[in-house]
Design a protein around this ligand. Sequence first.
Ligand code: HEM
Length: 510
Amino acid sequence: MPPSLTATVLAAIAVPVGYLLARKFREGTDSRPPGPRRWPLIGSVLEMPRSYQWLKFAEWAKTYGSIVYLEAVGQPIVVLNSAKVAKDLLDQRSSLYSDRPNFTMANLVTHSSGYGEAFAILPYGDKWRQQRKIVAQEFGPGAVHRYHPLQEEESRKLIHGIVDDPNSFARQIQLRVGAIIVRATYGHYLTSEQDVFLTSPLTSMENFSKAGAPGAWLRSIQKLPEWTPWSSFLRTAKEWRALELNNAWDPYLWSKKNWESNTVLRPNLCATTLEALEGTPSKEQEERLVWAASTVMGGGLDPNVSSIMTFFLAMMLNPSVQTKARQEIDTVIGSDRLPTIQDRESLPYIRSIMTEVFRWKPAVPLGIPHALIQDDVYDGMYLPKGSLVIPNVWYMLRDPQIYHDPLEFDPDRYQNLDSEMDKVTDLLFGFGRRSCPGQDFAEGTFFAIVSTILATCEISPTVDAQGVPVIPDVTYTSGVNVFPSPFNCNVKCRSERALERLSGNDDVHM
Ligand code: HEM
């Protein structure tokens, strides 16, 4: 072999081998954050909890500190256990941390449809940006006031319904929050829990919660052939995918048809977007709108329902908080009218109760994972590109360094200061460019319900046959969104007058 060719062959072998050795060396010696033991190939899979992951992550915070590093079959995972670190990375460096991981199962359900995707799980990029813009414009601070009358009316109906039948309060919360979101998204007014506009997104969310939960998707990381006994997730994904397509397109097509015939209820997200387009929407524009609307249904329903249920639980367990809230409402608003969302500024104790509900039992304990777009270094620690980054919001909101007696439900901890309350909502509603675009809308619904019920009713435990109060255990489900385990409570109107005020019906949905 001529010397020049030998040199070329040697170089051709040496360069990749050298690269691999260097990479191996770097992987062995780089300063990734500490974390549980990583085994060859499988990494830390055996250590990953299958449910209530935030509890294990919090335990790891004590052993490894505020950044914990794991690997699952080659997938790097970074768990953030401190508000400061989460804000430094996900907020301050949001151009690097705004991607989403490949939720294998969730993506199998949406992506393989060949149509479009729900933007909450789309990668950082133009498709995500365009859908997000539609939602941010409709529900952002400048536009959301158009929905206040709807939110207030549905709150009155909710509480009236619960007073009539306290045992069905959980179902009624779901119906009324659903009515608000469906009405604002598609311009359709829900009249029953069986309405497909409500049942479809609920099923989708249940599936997404299973598909998207960290731990659940680990099982699906290896793409197994469909015939293998371990690949039932592929078959499940196929069924869910068909369902997803219908769930996304059917309500949109209904809304568009009724918008064209001028019979849809306005304003609503679809109508606003269609009106802003000039002429017939292109296929691409329609897909964008279909998935933006579908994402709102998926993102908006469960966390709102969960927070309201937690509010009932917290009030039942803390009668003195209810008394103090009523005093604030009676002093500021009086008894001639009900509070409105406009009154929020002048009711700081009510805002403190809402904030404490968010902190005490966050509805989305791990947020939605972000993904790191390129290698990064933080505090001397190397964080590899592609890392799935999980903010343990649950732990941040009960960090004993920040919150005294974190397990206690204590709205006074904020001393009525918005600056203190913002520290909670800044974490609860997520981070950086991915933070929740429905926050103002969600807070409006929550405030309307909380203030109306505190102005008109008392929430107390049920009593057993001996007249002894039945105090439920405070336990929660696991998943992306969490809910209190079923419980009962009594809801009694404070007076005939209060009941009359609840009956005032403006029928603003029409
Ligand atoms: C109490 C109620 C709510 C809570 C606690 C909540 C919380 C969250 C969280 C933690 C995220 C992930 C943020 C991140 O990735 O860092 C998120 C995303 C999102 N939320 Fe909410 N949310 C609520 C209500 C709503 C409502 C009412 C809507 C719609 C009107 C909505 C629409 C969305 C959407 C579309 C996303 C995806 C954003 C993106 O990926 O760019 N949410 N929410």
